[in-house]
Design a protein. Structure first.
Length: 163
């Protein structure tokens, strides 16, 4: 007769798109699982699996690495918290901690080289912004126009047109 606890854990794993592989070396509150989507294995807390609050850290790090490479960086380590990572600039080889979202949006500079938003290639733009019956023009200067318009905090109903 199968152990009912193991069957319960196996059922919870299946609901979280995981496969229960067995006991973990990390202790009684953990089990070893495999992610169905990618096949990576990980020791996860049973309670997180039960609440379906799990992500494949290997896949997340691969995504972060690809995002860094796309903007001329190399991901080299963890940051001071979950929102930051340590990167190396491919061009100048300087290392710094950057916010993941800034890397994703290509919104960063090497402060050691003293490059700033004023010395980096940027674009001037003219936008027509319409919210309901009201329209106005916005003239600006930015490295990434899309990232800049997100910073405006416009309502979802706003229509932004690049002129």
């Amino acid at each position: 007769m199968p152990n009912p606890i193991n069957q319960k854990h196996a059922n919870e794993a299946a609901l979280a798109d995981l496969i229960l592989l067995g006991k973990s070396q990390r202790g009684k509150d953990y089990r070893l699982y495999s992610f169905r989507s990618c096949g990576h294995e990980s020791d996860l807390q049973i309670v997180h699996v039960r609440k379906n609050q799990v992500t494949c850290k290997t896949c997340v790090m691969q995504k972060r690495d690809k995002e860094a490479q796309a903007v001329g960086l190399t991901l080299i380590g963890m940051g001071h918290n979950k929102d930051y990572k340590l990167y190396r600039f491919d061009a100048c080889r300087h290392e710094t901690e950057l916010q993941i979202s800034h890397v994703r949006n290509n919104s960063f500079v090497c402060n050691v080289c003293e490059e700033t938003s004023r010395t980096q290639p940027s674009y001037t733009y003219l936008l027509k912004i319409t919210v309901g019956e009201v329209s106005w023009l916005k003239y600006g200067y930015a490295k990434s126009i899309d990232f800049r318009t997100k910073q405006y905090g416009l309502p979802e109903a706003a229509v932004v047109e690049l002129l």
